[in-house]
Design a protein around this ligand. Structure first.
Ligand SMILES: [Zn+2]
Length: 435
């Protein structure tokens, strides 16, 4: 058999790894299943993108079952801490907040959006996030093209689960705001609905467009340029129509929600998860547990919008600035109460509000909110996988799972900020970054 030389530098790494039939990772420390003990001196064998062995000691190529004609890539991570690839359950790969974001809506074609999103996807993967859930896309079909291009191997990025356009009522947080009427008529995306019948149709339309899950806005939001507050926006019959239609079509539903009224209404209507959850009250936490729903707090988004709003030269217009100052500082404290109250928390950043590639900043914020480093890592791996209904594929390092691994030189269980500088990234057995 031929040993491929594993060189420093991403392009050499990608070329060598793509050519390998088998990969062996020698892991000095291995957190195979977050929540359980860290193992030492293990070998992970990956064949055709799937993990086929997690063995004690540092094994050689003969242990892989490789034939003399097979290429075997060996990754020496004896001085590293190896974990399952991370899952970010709340990103927006087709956009990034900034002073020109509003204008870009009328400047960029859908092709531009897709190419720009490919750049964001690569940054996200190289930060250690091998799976993302995109919960609301700009452009038309760009996010689906990106998802499919990554799956084919044409584009470098994380595995993507995408909702397409957000389901929103007229004038709601998911609709565009702050444009001239005739411009608005041209740029308005699909997904806007009023009344149960239209909302069923809106869900069906996103599923026809190949959405993996459905995202709705249950309440107002910070970054819509409208002084409409952060309270409930869909009525209960509309929420129920969206849930029932989505679930009948085999799609989970997640609700953007800040105000307690909209959080609680969405939970009662059967939503699978809540994004942000800013003004959750005791009743909200009771409902989360009763309905076994997940919270994706996106603390980083709260920190980011508060920073921009408090900048004297803020590019936020007045309605957004006001909401950002109200919502931003609340999320960390809410996440602390939710965690203490036993609510299941899945890791999510709202990247696109914060910069793509900075996703790992959320880890330290989750620890600030009372999680142990192990719990924070679990929220981005084993819990995130369960939240997405993908536990068969991702979330742990075990035989049969996808070869999605990340590693750092330090010990993230003593310093969680180690995860902000990932040294090794492998997705489906292909290494995209190595020490
Ligand atoms: Zn978001």
């Amino acid at each position: 058999m031929k040993f491929l030389s594993v060189l420093a530098g991403a392009s050499a790494m990608i070329a060598s790894a793509l050519a390998a039939d088998y990969s062996i990772v020698h892991a000095g420390r291995l957190l195979a299943e977050p929540g359980k003990a860290v193992l030492t001196e293990r070998s992970i064998i990956i064949e055709d993108g799937k993990i086929t062995g997690v063995l004690a000691g540092y094994v050689d190529a003969a242990s892989t079952g490789a034939t003399p004609d097979d290429n075997v890539a060996l990754y020496d991570l004896k001085d590293y801490f190896v974990m399952p690839g991370f899952i970010d359950s709340h990103v927006h790969l087709t956009s990034e907040l900034g002073p020109r974001a509003k204008l870009s809506v009328v400047e960029r074609s859908d092709a531009d959006v897709a190419v720009i999103a490919a750049g964001f996807a690569k940054k996200t993967l190289l930060a250690g996030f091998t799976t993302v859930r995109d919960v609301g896309a700009s452009g038309d079909d760009a996010v689906f093209a990106l998802r499919d291009g990554i799956e084919r191997g044409d584009v470098i990025g994380p595995r993507v689960f995408a909702s397409g356009h957000t389901i929103s009522p007229t004038g709601g947080h998911g609709q565009r705001h702050g444009y001239r009427g005739d411009v608005f008529d041209v740029i308005q995306s699909t997904g806007v609905c009023d009344g149960a019948a239209e909302c069923r149709k809106a869900v069906r339309d996103q599923v026809r467009r190949t959405a993996d899950h459905i995202k709705l806005v249950s309440t107002g939001g910070v970054l819509s340029e409208t002084a409409a507050g952060t309270g409930q926006q869909f009525f209960d019959d509309e929420l129920k129509a969206i849930m029932d239609t989505s679930h009948a079509l085999g799609r989970k539903v997640t609700a953007h929600a800040h105000g307690a009224d909209g959080i609680n209404a969405a939970l009662r209507a059967g939503v699978d998860s809540i994004e942000h959850g800013t003004f959750s009250d005791a009743e909200s936490f009771r409902l989360f547990k009763r309905y076994d729903a997940y919270l994706v707090p996106t603390i980083l988004a709260g920190v980011t919008v508060a920073e921009i709003a408090n900048d004297p030269n803020s590019f936020f217009p007045p309605p957004i600035r006001k909401k950002a100052k109200q919502v931003g500082p609340q999320i960390l404290d809410m996440a602390r109460r939710a965690h203490a109250g036993g609510v299941k928390i899945a890791f999510g950043t709202d990247s696109g509000v914060s910069r793509h590639g900075d996703n790992a900043r959320e880890f330290a914020l989750l620890v600030d909110a009372g999680m142990t480093p192990m719990e924070a890592i679990s929220s981005a791996t084993i819990v995130g996988a369960a939240h997405l209904g993908q536990s068969d594929l991702i979330g742990v390092i075990a035989v049969g799972k996808s070869g999605d691994l990340v590693a750092v030189g330090g010990d993230p269980l003593t310093d969680i900020t180690e995860l902000e500088n990932i040294d090794f990234v492998m997705k489906e057995g292909v290494a995209y970054k190595a020490p």
